[in-house]
Design a protein around this ligand. Structure first.
Ligand SMILES: Nc1ncnc2c1ncn2[C@@H]1O[C@H](COP(=O)(O)OP(=O)(O)OP(=O)(O)O)[C@@H](O)[C@H]1O
Ligand SMILES: [Mg+2]
Length: 434
């Protein structure tokens, strides 16, 4: 297996990396065409998405000698180490300098554009011009690196590595499942939905964690139940009482019971999310741990590139919990701070950046007048009211689904995507246009 085959999914990125490796391995062929080889490549993205794995694949396929530089020394010594790494790479050219986790070169996660480490990296890169020293680097956030370091000519290629989604996530999960002794009921698609937006490292860890639960029970195989426990505990940080203890009997007619209110609140989120975006709900919980009740609903949404329609759906799903209690008991819900913050920030973006209510509310980089700010705040409030009414309309039109989710949630404490699919088969769903 070559090193690129170890990278699961990410086909487009892999093709780009294979092409860059080819330039590094066969630079003469490109030079004959009068083409200059690229000087550097930066892979960036969240922790655990495979940036280091991809870098190793490029190094191996290039056939070049590589010199790694990672922050493992105090500042002064580290600056010296950077210079020595570049000097060794220059002496061994054609070669690669591999700067792993570059945002850690200067202390902390803050931006340190003038840190000695970056100034040194920059001058070393410039010093290698024309010497067939390729600079390969990884970083989590571009914002923490100095802009001058990122300009063309230093890192000609910058590739963002996203968390795996959809088919890529299923492929990666399938691979980890096959490496372990798992029951056939381990469904990679369901797992991918529950782990939506998580890194490859998180996928690997949670499946291993499921194995630890199985081992502790002296089970011969890892089952979906073990995965559920691992996922709820390690990914969603749900207290162990929910996983092991019996779910208390709940009288859903008693609106004064805090757990009942949580059940309806979460059923509200889940119903609205599922009606607007079928198949999006990954997990719903309502639990009671040592007298502390809590709950949450996890639904998939594209955090990276949302259309305005996606954002409308997210706003309604966020308001679903509050609207549910309002509708069910005519009571205000005390635990909606975070939901409202989320909805307000989305609506503010739509009004102030996307100008859905007209250009007069645009948040200008040159600064806003006080009157423009207060008109914008009013426009945001009007939009919030509109989406709140729409959310209540969705709940009213889908009362069966809402009640069925609440009833099952109160009995089980946790509902997965498979439970929601089953409930949906016996409830009529009425689409509502937004
Ligand atoms: N696409 C992938 N296919 C298979 N395994 C992967 C993939 N991406 C990551 N992994 C695995 O996930 C783990 C983390 O990967 P890696 O260290 O390359 O991530 P990273 O992006 O460099 O993280 P960090 O920013 O924390 O340094 C490793 O065990 C790696 O093998
Ligand atoms: Mg790494």
């Amino acid at each position: 297996m070559n090193d690129f085959e170890k990278i699961l999914g990410y086909e487009a990125i892999k093709q780009e990396l294979i092409q860059i490796s080819d330039v590094l391995a066969n630079s003469e062929a490109y030079q004959k065409l009068g083409v200059e080889s690229p000087h550097g490549l930066l892979l960036y993205g969240s922790p655990g998405v495979g940036k280091t794995l991809m870098s190793y694949a490029v190094i191996a396929a290039s056939g070049r000698k590589s010199f790694m530089c990672r922050k493992d020394k105090p500042n002064g010594d580290f600056v010296k180490a950077i210079k020595e790494t570049f000097a060794a790479a220059k002496a061994a050219a054609p070669s690669i300098v591999f700067l792993d986790d570059m945002e850690k070169f200067a202390n902390g996660d803050e931006r340190h554009p003038h840190a000695e480490e970056y100034v040194t990296v920059q001058s070393c890169i410039d010093d290698c011009k024309g010497q067939e020293v390729f600079v390969l680097a990884t970083a989590n956030k571009l914002q923490s690196l100095p802009r001058s370091l990122l300009r063309a000519g230093r890192f000609d290629r910058m590739i963002k590595v996203h968390n795996p989604r959809g088919e890529d996530a299923v492929k990666i999960i399938d691979h980890y499942i096959k490496k372990k002794k798992c029951m056939a009921d381990m469904d990679a698609t369901v797992i991918a939905r529950m782990m939506d937006g998580r890194s490859c490292a998180a996928l690997e860890t949670v499946i291993n964690e499921a194995g630890l639960y199985a081992g502790f029970e002296r089970s011969n195989v890892i089952t979906m139940d073990h995965f559920m426990k691992a996922c709820l505990h390690t990914v969603y940080d749900i207290p162990s009482a929910v996983l092991n203890g019996p779910v208390p009997k709940t009288d859903l007619t008693n609106g004064n019971d805090q757990r009942v209110r949580i059940v309806y609140h979460e059923a509200g989120h889940a119903t609205v999310a599922e009606v607007l975006n079928p198949g999006s709900v990954a997990l719903v919980t309502a639990y009671n741990d040592a007298g502390h009740s809590g709950g949450f609903t996890s639904y998939c949404c594209d955090h990276e590139r949302s259309t305005t329609q996606d954002m409308f759906r997210q706003i309604c799903a966020s308001l679903g919990g509050m609207a549910a209690l309002d509708q069910q008991y005519g009571m205000a819900d005390a635990g909606v701070g975070q939901d409202l913050d989320h909805a307000f920030s989305l609506v503010s973006g739509l009004v102030g950046d996307a100008c859905i209510r007209g250009f007069g509310f645009y948040v200008s980089e040159c600064g806003d007048s006080q009157s423009r700010k207060s008109r914008r705040e009013q426009a945001v409030a009007v939009e919030m009211e509109r989406w709140y009414r729409k959310t209540k309309e969705i709940l009213s039109a889908n009362r069966d689904l809402f009640e069925a989710i609440a009833a099952e949630l109160s009995q089980k404490g946790v509902l997965t995507t498979a439970d929601i699919d089953r409930i949906k088969q016996r409830c009529r769903i009425t689409p509502v246009a937004i």
